[in-house]
Design a protein around this ligand. Structure first.
Ligand code: IPE
Ligand code: IPE
Ligand code: MG
Ligand code: MG
Ligand code: MG
Length: 348
């Protein structure tokens, strides 16, 4: 069964060849403590995640300043859409994708002023995806980031257009020479973001998500592998872009980029499983958005397929695998190493 062994696609096999033996050799000291010399199944202790809240807050503050600088100030006859763009993006949000850009870029000595612009671009694009995701024709939500959704605060027409403008400005920010002096690097960022956000990436995942219940009831089946594929697209691809942005900005080699991509793949699954768990176990007060929606809308998730415990076990396995994928970079970035474990226990 799928859960018993990793997928055997060429990509996965290639990625596994890159990985060190999981968690170091038995009896050796690792950065998570001394491993027992006895054969065992117990997972090693998770890394300390206490460094993350202040680190995430610091990067959020920096990216918010960059967003303020790059977003238009409402003016002229188009002011309404510019106001809605700012409303959607300044409402809060965890700013996880810019955090990943910043820390993946620091691994390669990239100046924060560059990675923060890429962080602002991905946050703008992510916010567009939320504005559209909340529309009545999609998930029909009226609460986002603790405030009325953009189509409630403004109107549907303005929300659609504000989403379009947030999507478009992401590419404008990347194309600007202040993001990187090399046009090749800027093109690589633009191409990767277009792929991640487009028909086979985030948008591909969104349409499968909307159609999953129909696909299942029409007898096509919709199992664990299908849910993982959907989630890799709808959520994972933007995380992959965020983590690959560091090696792209730092002009690192293909093997290095593959490590960061592999990390993001598993981390994205951890993130989406915990989003689905919170939809069942948390409150609107904590998450800033409606809960209980997935069941109401007949959404297929790992929680509906595996139950709360099964989904959590899968997320824990993926968190360990994400850090293994980083190889030598795990020790260089305590922030990237701790994030998958921090996500496991998030409550918002
Ligand atoms: C929510 O993403 C949408 C999903 C991909 C599940 P986040 O949980 O990162 O939302 P914000 O940016 O913190 O509001
Ligand atoms: C949304 O997934 C993912 C994107 C916006 C691409 P969800 O529909 O699960 O996100 P929430 O729960 O509304 O934040
Ligand atoms: Mg949705
Ligand atoms: Mg939604
Ligand atoms: Mg959700």
């Amino acid at each position: 069964m799928w859960l018993a062994k990793p997928q055997s696609s060429g990509l996965k096999a290639g990625r596994d060849r890159l990985l060190p033996a999981p968690w170091g050799k038995a009896g050796k000291r690792t950065k998570w403590g001394t491993m027992s010399s006895k054969p065992h199944n117990a997972a090693p202790p998770a890394p300390d995640t206490s460094l993350l809240p202040p680190a995430i807050a610091a990067s959020a503050k920096a990216v918010d300043a960059t967003l303020d600088a790059v977003l238009p100030r409402p003016a002229g006859r188009q002011a309404r859409v510019q106001e809605a763009m700012r409303y959607a993006i300044t409402a809060g949000g965890k700013r996880l994708r810019p955090f990943l850009v910043l820390h993946s870029a620091r691994l390669f000595g990239v100046d924060d002023s560059r990675s923060l612009r890429v962080g602002a671009a991905i946050e703008a694009l992510h916010t567009y995806s939320l504005v559209h995701d909340d529309l009545p024709c999609m998930d029909d939500d009226d609460l986002r980031r603790g405030r009325p959704t953009t189509h409630i605060a403004f109107d549907e027409m303005t929300a659609v257009l504000a989403g379009d403008a947030l999507l478009t400005i992401a590419f404008e920010i990347l194309a600007d020479a202040r993001t990187h002096p090399s046009a090749d690097v800027r093109c690589a960022l633009i191409a990767r973001l277009a792929e991640a956000a487009g028909h086979s990436g985030m948008i591909g995942g969104q349409i499968i998500d909307m159609l999953a219940d129909t696909l299942r009831s029409e007898g096509g089946g919709f199992g664990v592998e299908d849910v993982i594929d959907l989630q890799r697209r709808k959520t994972g691809q933007l995380f992959e872009f965020s983590c690959e942005a560091g090696p792209i900005l730092g002009q690192a080699d293909a093997e290095t980029r593959a490590r960061l991509k592999a990390y993001a793949e598993d981390m994205g699954v951890v993130f989406q499983i915990t989003d689905d768990l919170l939809d069942v176990t948390s409150t609107a007060e904590k998450t800033g958005k409606a809960v209980g929606k997935d069941a109401d809308m007949g959404k297929q998730t790992l929680v509906t397929l595996l139950g709360l415990e099964g989904a959590r076990a899968e997320a824990e396995k993926r968190a360990r695998r994400a850090v293994e994928a980083l190889g030598p970079y795990a020790a260089q970035s305590p922030e990237l190493s701790a994030l998958p474990f921090f996500l496991l226990n998030r409550d918002a």
